[in-house]
Structures are given as structure tokens and as C-alpha cells.
Design a protein around this ligand. Structure first.
Ligand code: 6LW
Length: 519
């Protein structure tokens, strides 16, 4: 018996989907505007997860340029059928630029390569796919209800998917509009067949404080679906904003080889007030079936901080699970870029990267010169050694990123030797505010060390010549950066950026090393 600590995937890992093939479980989460997108993790025991690849991992698979933050890759569903992995997902363009939509990709090896996306002619989000005993594939998902009486409400639709032509066929069925009267945003639906009955799991209440999991059942896949009297079967909304875990919802179910059932779901851990800078994280919860209905966390009724997993050998979480400390080398799967894969904009070099500056800035929904990883710990130090021979008007440095509108930069600015300095800037939608500044008494080609000392909501921004001689330039308020404060769906990313602010440039930023040290 091994005790596993929740969340199993700390940091921004929302909308988990899981399936099992033989002895192995596979899990994928949403990644929005970050690429590579949709990380695939493998586990033999539900406890230790090894990153094996990404579904969206090569240039040209998707065009996300221009899609603003919290657009991009939303909730996926992963399933396996007769030798093929199927992943269905939505590319959301919040600017409504006419791009995106629901797509399916396939692979024989979940580590990749995955096929190019095949677009499906259906609107809405959160697609899922269910294979019936007779081999028929049924797609379902959520979208705004069409009938006026359901104005502003979502509904779960179902249609058959022709696996040969990869297109939706036959009649559409509306399965579900939520369990609780007045509840909003029925979403994240998943269908299963358990003991001969069709079981529909869906989230409702919205992916924030009122999030909840409900379940309905039918004798035919097309319905009618009848809700469980115990709905919502799992939520933390009644525990109040002071609870250690909130926002429980968007769950998927899996049966282990020993016949036990488990659920992965998203939830948040607020701290420093009602803020969750780490974003929506992935949690594991045991499930039993009683009278044909799933019971989540039986006997407890809430997401436990510790879960006993009888078949787990050992609890030895890896880097993706937040158990790594020190230099993050270029081949570490935690690295992401914005709307491009890291190797499209940077070249690995020793322990770090060479990142050519780009004219695009962090304020635009384009492809800026940015490389970053998720903040996975409440208390963490990030130390980077950089050098860049910057020209006037250029800047390069550390970033705490929520979005184009909301981020904090600690940038080296000033091309000429004499006014070279480090500026701490908070961009909060309406404008930029200088948090602090410090002169840099060194040659333009000398290395500079920039550091973040994050302790709860205090983000101390430091600079100096060596990690041993750092001065505090400013302290940023993390509570202004999480999605409670800013809107959107994301946790914070910590990274490095460089921009010429619109001018042509040939400047290269050398990231000698990027250290991430949980405290
Ligand atoms: C996702 C929706 C949700 O599509 O948030 O928690 C949205 N649920 O199902 C973005 O992650």
C-alpha cells in the first residue's frame, strides 16, 4: 500500500483525461496557448507519472498565432480502441477569428507521432468519444444550448463518429443539461458503459468555486439519461473559500487491472487569500460503484490530500510531478514556448538556450521570444544566468506570466553601457507600472543573474552579478496575477523572454542556465 499525495500533477494541469491499456495508464491535460501541447504521461500505478511526449509536438500541426491567452488547446479526451489511441480536443480562438474547432488525432504509440488534426463539423467544446461493445464510436461534447428557454446554458450532444471517414454521421441527440436546477455550464462530459448501463459523467457550475461533478445513467447510449439522486456526486463548493482544495470538477474515470475504479479531476489549492497561482491541478480520487452509481472518495465525500493506492509500488514522483530541483536542462519536457514549440524559436546550448530576440513582445498574442515552465510550488526560487548585448529599445529577462495582459517582467534594459539597468515592470491590462529599478554596473557582454524568490504571494525580483550577490529590485504581488484576479483559465508560468519591441533585431539572448529550486 502506497500513500500518494494530491495533487498528483501540481501546477497548471487542468481537464485531465485518462485511459488504461493493459498494465499502463495514460493521462493528458489541457495546455491552452503553450506548446508543445497536450502532454502525455504514462503510469503503471496511477501514482508515478512519466512524461512520454506531447500530442501537439511539431510545427504546422495547429496554427495558434494571434489566439490570445486562455485560448488554444482546451479539454481533451484520450481513449484506446482496437490498437489505436484517439484523442479529441478543441482549439479555441477567443478572438473568434474563424479558426479552430473540434478535432481528432490518432496514434498507435501514445508517445507519438500523432496524426495531423482531422477537423470535425461540430461547434462547442470538451469533446469526448465512447466506443460501444459493437465497435460503434459515439462522440459527445458540450455547447451553448440552442433553444431559447435554455439561454446561456450548455447542453451535452451526442452523434455517431464514422471511424473510416472520420466524420459525424446520423442524428444528433441532446443527452443532458445539468443535474442541479439553475446550475450553469454543464461541460467535460464523458460516457462509459458499466454493468450494462450507459453512464454519463459531467461537470457543472463553471470551472471555479462552484465546480461540481454530476452523473446520469441510461439504458441506451442515446438516452434518456436520468440523474443520480445524489447529484452533484462530488463538489467542494459547500466547504467555503477557506477550504484547502476548491473547484473540484471535470473528472474522468478509469478501471484498473484489479477491478478497482479511480477518477482524475481538476481542483485548485488557494493560498495567500482566495488565489490559486498554481492554477487548476490534477487530483486522484478512489471510486466505488454502489447500485450502478459511482461514489467518489467513499466514506469521505471530498478529495483527500492523501490517497491509498494498494497496487502502487513506491511514491517516487518525477520532474513533471514537481519533484525536481536545480537546473532545468533544454531537453526537460517542462519547457514550453508560446504558440510555437521551443525549438522553433531557440537552440539548446549547454545547460541552457540561445534565444534570439524577436520584434514581438509579451503583450501581443503572437510568438514572442519566451521559454518557460509551470510554477508548481508555492515557495520556489528561480535563478537564471543571462547575457545579451542588447541594443537601445531592447529588453530581456525573467517573466512571471499569466497572459499578454497580466505579467511581471524583470528585464535588463538600456543598450548603451552607461544606462544599463534592470527594471521590474508589472503589466496589468491597462498599462505598465514600474515596480523598481536598479543600475547594472557591468559591461554589456557580462553575464547577469536574475532571480525570483517566491514565497507565497510575495514574488521578490532580484538581480546581481552572481547568485551570491543578489539585490532585491522589487517585490511583485502574486495575488494580482492569478486567474481569480485576472480571469482566464491558467496557472502561472515562470520563464525568460527577450524583445526588440517592434524593431528589426539580430540580438541573441544566451540563457546560460535556468534553475528551479522548490523551498
Ligand atoms: C474546459 C472546461 C473547463 O474546456 O474549463 O473545467 C475549460 N472545465 O471543461 C478550460 O479548461
Amino acid at each position: 500500500m502506497t500513500v500518494v499525495h494530491n495533487p498528483i500533477l501540481p501546477g497548471c494541469h487542468p481537464d485531465p483525461t485518462i485511459c488504461r491499456v493493459g498494465d499502463e495508464f495514460y493521462l493528458v491535460t489541457s495546455t491552452f496557448e503553450y506548446l508543445p501541447g497536450l502532454p502525455v504521461l504514462r503510469s503503471r500505478d496511477l501514482v508515478n507519472w512519466e512524461p512520454i511526449g506531447h500530442v501537439i509536438d511539431r510545427p504546422g500541426m495547429l496554427d495558434m498565432v494571434g489566439m490570445r491567452s486562455s485560448s488554444g488547446l482546451y479539454a481533451p479526451t484520450l481513449r484506446f480502441h482496437e490498437g489505436t489511441f484517439y484523442l479529441v480536443c478543441t482549439l479555441v480562438d477567443q478572438n473568434d477569428g474563424g479558426r479552430g474547432g473540434n478535432f481528432v488525432v490518432t496514434a498507435t504509440d501514445p508517445a507519438g507521432p500523432w496524426s495531423d488534426p482531422i477537423w470535425l463539423d461540430v461547434d462547442g467544446i470538451d469533446p469526448s468519444i465512447f466506443f460501444d461493445d459493437d465497435g460503434r464510436a459515439w462522440m459527445h461534447g458540450t455547447r451553448l444550448a440552442r433553444e431559447p428557454q435554455w439561454h446561456d446554458q450548455t447542453e451535452v450532444w451526442l452523434r455517431e463518429l464514422d471511424l473510416q471517414e472520420m466524420e459525424l454521421i446520423g442524428e444528433e441527440h441532446i443527452l443532458w443539461r445539468g443535474a442541479v436546477l439553475g446550475a450553469v455550464w454543464t461541460e467535460g462530459p464523458h460516457l462509459y458503459k458499466v454493468d450494462g448501463a450507459y453512464v454519463l459523467l459531467a461537470a457543472e457550475g463553471g470551472t471555479e468555486f462552484h465546480h461540481a461533478i454530476s452523473v446520469a445513467r441510461a439504458d441506451a447510449v442515446t438516452g434518456p439519461y436520468v440523474g443520480n439522486k445524489a447529484n452533484p456526486v462530488l463538489t467542494h463548493r459547500h466547504l467555503g473559500r477557506g477550504a484547502d482544495i476548491i473547484g473540484v470538477g471535470h473528472a474522468d474515470l478509469v478501471e484498473a487491472a484489479d477491478g478497482s475504479w479511480w477518477s482524475v479531476m481538476l481542483a485548485m489549492r488557494p493560498y495567500g487569500g482566495y488565489h490559486y497561482n498554481l492554477g487548476r491541478e490534477t487530483f486522484l480520487v478512489p471510486v466505488v460503484w454502489e447500485d450502478g452509481w459511482p461514489v467518489f472518495a467513499p466514506g469521505e465525500g471530498r478529495v483527500p490530500l492523501e490517497v491509498d493506492v494498494p497496487f502502487a509500488i513506491d511514491w517516487a514522483p518525477g520532474a513533471t510531478q514537481g519533484d525536481s530541483t536545480g537546473i532545468v536542462p533544454p531537453d526537460d519536457p517542462r519547457w514550453t514556448a508560446l504558440r510555437a514549440v521551443p525549438t522553433e524559436i531557440a537552440v539548446s546550448s549547454g545547460d541552457g538556450w540561445t534565444l534570439p530576440l524577436r520584434a514581438e513582445s509579451l503583450a501581443e498574442p503572437l510568438v514572442p521570444a519566451f521559454l518557460g515552465i509551470r510554477q508548481q510550488h508555492v515557495d520556489v526560487d528561480v535563478v537564471v544566468a543571462l547575457d545579451a548585448d542588447l541594443q537601445d529599445g531592447e529588453e530581456a529577462g525573467l517573466v512571471v506570466r499569466q497572459s499578454e495582459r497580466d505579467h511581471v517582467r524583470l528585464s535588463i534594459v538600456g543598450g548603451s553601457h552607461t544606462d544599463r539597468r534592470v527594471s521590474a515592470i508589472h503589466r496589468n491590462g491597462d498599462g505598465e507600472h514600474l515596480l523598481g529599478e536598479m543600475p547594472l554596473a557591468c559591461d554589456a557582454t557580462d553575464s547577469v543573474v536574475l532571480a525570483l524568490r517566491i514565497r507565497g504571494q510575495a514574488y521578490e525580483l532580484c538581480a546581481g552579478r552572481t547568485p551570491q550577490e543578489l539585490d532585491v529590485v522589487a517585490v511583485a504581488d502574486g495575488a494580482a496575477l492569478d486567474s481569480v484576479a485576472t480571469g482566464g483559465f491558467l496557472g502561472l508560468w515562470l520563464g525568460v523572454h527577450g524583445t526588440s519591441n517592434g524593431a528589426p533585431t539580430s540580438t541573441e539572448l544566451h540563457i546560460r542556465s535556468f534553475e528551479y529550486v522548490p523551498r
